[in-house]
Design a binder for this molecule. Structure first.
Ligand code: ADP
Ligand code: MG
Length: 347
């Protein structure tokens, strides 16, 4: 069937692409002219690389994008401990709260998901709710999000009073599990007014709060927080190998082993850093490429245990330039914003 909207969309996108290519070409020519003009007086120390074409070509083969339970390495003890807390009948409060604390990328969300989807937990709680709380920690918004989870649809634009009544009806007397993922709010007052609304659950209800902030943990905890640690060297290495090469690629693994210590030192046991470096090396097949990466990039990362941004930036640095632009463009959207694909393409 003929769809005029689709056709218009296609024409629009095509025209946009043509325009971008023309602009791109002009910009490149202008840049080349400027470089030629200033070259005699300057030294650029530029290094010739063939990385871009290589990444573009190989990115299609990339298979390590999603994590499912089998892909999570070495969190058995954490999982056991957290589940122990969730099932423990001997806690003093009706609704008790456990913060899971650790820096970004350490795997707080992942461990919470593992626990949330565990069969024993599914059977134990009457209601299980997952709310992402990273942005806009307004009580009204959180209550709306909880109701949306319970009812599987967005609540209408209701007054706070009605929302609170609805929430009360849904959770009162029920043994529920609520995960508040990625809480940044360090404002006591806001937390206490939300907490008051959540205290109506049946005895045994639990709230898991994941946060990078010890202050948040201190405000929210009713029992001592679970401090997530980095993966130990052996587990870090298993995850790294999984990310860096396909099983059975023994020759590649042999020369990685030589640099094992160096890689692990940069990743400090943080899964996100391990995954980032591992997937970058997935594309480097010869020892020469790997050595160049080690000497030019890896060794220059100022590694602190509390900041993995320099490591993560590597994955940005390795994007081909056309994708760098696209990636940066996405930073215009707020965190957790649901981006409409066709709208983004048109923009
Ligand atoms: N134990 C693990 N094994 C493998 N991958 C993991 C593990 N923990 C976390 N990850 C991965 O690392 C990334 C960061 O984890 P995430 O749970 O989002 O961290 P946080 O919530 O602490 O910022 C995700 O891609 C996740 O899939
Ligand atoms: Mg998280």
């Amino acid at each position: 069937m003929f769809d005029a909207d689709d056709l218009l969309d296609d024409m629009f996108t095509e025209a946009l692409q043509r325009e971008v290519m023309t602009q791109d070409k002009k910009a490149k020519e202008a840049m080349r002219e400027r470089l030629v003009a200033i070259a005699p007086n300057r030294q650029f120390h530029l290094e010739e690389r063939c990385e871009e074409t290589q990444l573009r070509y190989k990115a299609i083969e990339q298979t390590h994008s999603l994590v499912c339970a089998e892909d999570v390495i070495g969190r058995e003890d954490d999982k056991k401990e957290i589940i122990g807390f969730l099932l423990n009948p001997n806690v003093k409060d009706n609704v008790s709260i456990l913060p899971i604390v650790g820096i970004g990328g350490l795997g707080k969300t992942t461990i919470a998901q593992l626990v949330f989807n565990d069969e024993v937990i599914k059977k134990h709680f009457e209601e299980k709710l997952w709310v992402c709380a990273s942005e806009n920690f307004e009580v009204k918004i959180i209550v709306e999000k909880i109701l949306q989870r319970v009812k599987n649809r967005k609540p209408e634009n209701l007054e706070m009073n009605t929302l609170v009544n609805n929430l009360w009806k849904e959770i009162s007397g029920k043994r529920y599990l609520l995960v508040l993922d990625d809480v940044w709010n360090e404002d006591h007052e806001k937390w206490f007014s939300l907490k008051n609304l959540l205290m109506g659950g049946a005895r045994g209800s639990r709230i898991l709060v994941t946060t990078h902030s010890k202050i948040v943990a201190k405000i929210t905890q009713t029992i001592l927080p679970h401090f997530l640690k980095g993966l130990d060297a052996q587990k870090s290495w298993s995850l790294f190998k999984k990310m860096a090469f396909v099983e059975g690629e023994e020759s590649k693994s042999a020369y990685f082993v030589e640099f094992r210590k160096e890689i692990l030192k940069k990743c400090v046991g943080i899964p996100l850093a391990i995954r980032t470096i591992g997937s970058l090396l997935y594309f480097k097949n010869s020892k020469i490429e790997w050595l160049s990466f080690k000497n030019n990039e890896l060794s220059k990362i100022p590694q602190k245990e509390t900041d993995i941004l320099p490591t993560l930036k590597l994955s940005y640095d390795h994007l081909p330039s056309h994708l760098k632009q696209c990636f940066s463009y996405c930073s215009l959207f707020p965190k957790n914003y649901k981006i409409n694909k066709s709208c983004l393409i048109k923009m």
